[in-house]
Design a protein around this ligand. Structure first.
Ligand code: FAD
Length: 307
């Protein structure tokens, strides 16, 4: 993409996933000077296919990004830096961003589209299977495993039993692994009625064939044949920039209003980092909403300059 000579922008967007890219398209079409900085580690880049995106169901995540970047290149006021933002300073006039490429551009407004990161447990074989047959979201990957045997492991944003109850709509052949917390009466009744098995031993190793799960070996020595593993893992921000800037947090998420404004004036946030609904299409819509709010703020600035 063509980069303007000036290092001054209306907006710097940090993060080039669905949220950042769609915000940059809207702002580029509004003829704003935008710099999009991206480290290139989109959360689903490990996945072979992306599901549930209207008109792009089953597309590879890389193909979506490629098309987005090609389309973004049509807008000459948008620059792209494949670089990590390592620091952001706020001043009375805006934001100064330090990139690992060595440049330090400034902008009036900032959009954090930095995503969330999955804190994966250290399990032999998990990294190879992640996104191929080890998953996090039933809405993204449940259809592909319908009626097939799966293992479920907890320890993250929700319990393994909650995740198993959700997955029961897709398959009944479920073994919950590593669940040691005491069960409520309702959970015990549900487990009995559903036939879902619980093993207190956590997963020690994922046996896979080129990332495709064949079985899981448990700490106790048992081996469970299955075609996929679903994890509930802890989530953290994809970048600590929001916290370093002093943005108010809501648990692991950045607190943002209906227009994606954070508590720091001039700083907006969009995508996975502001919501618990983690889907590419939702992140893209969040980026659009933030971009419109950002442009509204720039319009107010432009009007003030003329009166
Ligand atoms: C295994 C898996 C499979 C999934 N499958 C699906 C699916 O099938 N369908 C679906 O709809 N959703 C799926 N998701 C969810 C989807 O990945 C997210 O909802 C989506 O990626 C969020 O988009 P985003 O733009 O908010 O963040 P991301 O796509 O994560 O993009 C954030 C970007 O910001 C960059 N960044 C972060 N910090 C910095 C920094 N300091 N400087 C520069 N750049 C930075 C990152 O490198 C990254 O490129 C899946 C998630 C996982 C984990």
């Amino acid at each position: 993409m063509r980069r303007e000579q000036t290092e001054e922008y209306d907006v710097i967007v940090i993060g080039g996933g669905a949220a950042g890219l769609s915000a940059a398209v809207v702002l580029g079409r509004a003829r704003r000077r935008v710099l999009l900085c991206d480290a290139g580690a989109q959360r689903n880049s490990c996945a072979e296919k992306m599901h549930g995106f209207l008109s792009r169901d089953g597309e590879s995540p890389g193909e979506l990004l490629k098309i987005c970047k090609e389309q973004l290149a049509q807008y000459p006021s948008v620059g792209f830096e494949a670089s990590v933002v390592q620091a952001v300073e706020k001043s009375s006039s805006g934001f100064r961003v330090e990139l690992t490429s060595g440049t330090a551009p400034v902008a009036d407004l900032l959009l954090l589209a930095t995503g969330m990161a999955d804190a994966l447990p250290e399990i032999d074989g998990l990294r190879e299977a992640w996104g191929r047959s080890a998953f996090v979201c039933p809405y993204c990957d449940g259809w592909e495993i319908q009626d097939r045997p799966i293992a479920v492991s907890g320890g993250g944003v929700r319990s393994a039993i909650d995740l198993a109850q959700e997955l029961y709509g897709w398959t009944r052949k479920i073994t919950v692994c590593g669940h040691t917390e005491s069960l409520s009466t309702a959970q015990t009744t549900w487990l009995h009625a559903s036939g879902v098995r619980v093993d207190a031993h956590p997963i020690r190793r994922i046996v896979h064939d080129n990332g495709h799960v064949r079985s899981v070996q448990l700490e106790g020595g048992d081996c469970i044949d299955c075609d996929a593993v679903f994890f509930s893992v802890p989530l953290k921000q994809g970048s600590d920039i929001a916290e370093r800037l002093g943005c108010k947090m809501n648990g692991a998420r950045i607190e943002a209003d209906d227009c994606n404004r954070t508590s720091v004036p001039g700083c907006f946030a969009a995508g996975d980092n502001v919501t618990h609904v983690h889907q590419v299409i939702v992140a893209a819509a969040s980026g659009v909403r933030a971009a419109i709010a950002i442009n509204d703020e720039l319009v107010c600035r432009d009007v003030r300059q003329l009166v």
